[in-house]
Write a protein that binds this ligand. Structure first.
Ligand code: BEZ
Length: 211
């Protein structure tokens, strides 16, 4: 069965552009993003890895460690990394797993054989400091992902990990949030003595707590 939200992210050891890594040790109490791309030397992947490198400060600010995965062999990585730097204006600054035997790709079900039986789809796993899967998504090879959306989800996950709130449709950091249904009005009054806006009793809206 596919990995689900709340499952422990499987541990693995793999060779990467930054040496051999054991995933759970790499997480080391941080948030993590593990993402696959179909293959080295492909155009969409090249743009994605460059964009991820440019977001280094954004990931760091959120305490997130990023790790990419390619089923291409390690020997291919330096040349492709040079291409990424030259064409995208940003050098790889996170480890890229070489997974030619597809050990990690199989563990995380990143290969969808009915789409393609040799390349991974564009999978993303956001993993919490507790090593549990907090988000998983799969994009087709032909569609580059929106990394602003990945950052947005991380903002929401980190906020809701700290406060008993949920985030509404199209929420962005700083927008109003929703008190989760599990919190009674009595409990909510302790946290929000100034009250909340409630167009319905189950829809209780408050300003975003400071994270
Ligand atoms: C790409 O990264 O450009 C790509 C990879 C596989 C299929 C289609 C596009």
């Amino acid at each position: 069965m596919a990995l689900q939200i709340g499952d422990t992210a499987p541990d693995f050891e793999a060779d990467t552009t930054e040496g051999r890594i054991r995933f759970h040790d790499y997480i080391d109490g941080h948030w993590a993003v593990l993402f696959s791309h179909p293959k080295n030397f492909t155009p969409v992947c090249t743009t994605e890895l460059g964009a991820t490198a440019k977001l280094k400060d954004e990931f760091e600010r959120r305490g997130v460690k990023v790790i990419g995965l390619s089923v291409s062999p390690m020997d291919d990585h330096p040349k492709w990394a040079a291409d990424i730097e030259e064409t995208q204006g940003a050098a790889l600054n996170f480890p890229l797993i070489a997974d030619p035997d597809r050990k990690v790709a199989t563990l995380y079900e990143m290969i969808h054989p009915n789409a393609n039986d040799s390349m991974t789809v564009r999978s993303v796993f956001v993993v919490g400091p507790d090593k549990k899967v907090k988000l998983s998504m799969n994009y087709p090879a032909s569609t580059g992902r929106n990394f602003d959306e990945i950052l947005r989800v991380i903002d929401s996950l980190q906020l809701t990990a700290e406060h008993k709130v949920a985030t509404p449709v199209n929420w962005r950091h700083g927008d109003d949030v929703i008190i989760v249904p599990a919190v009674s009005d009595e409990e909510a009054k302790q946290t929000y003595p100034d009250g909340w806006r409630a167009p319905r009793p189950y829809l209780r809206i408050v300003p975003q707590p400071r994270s």
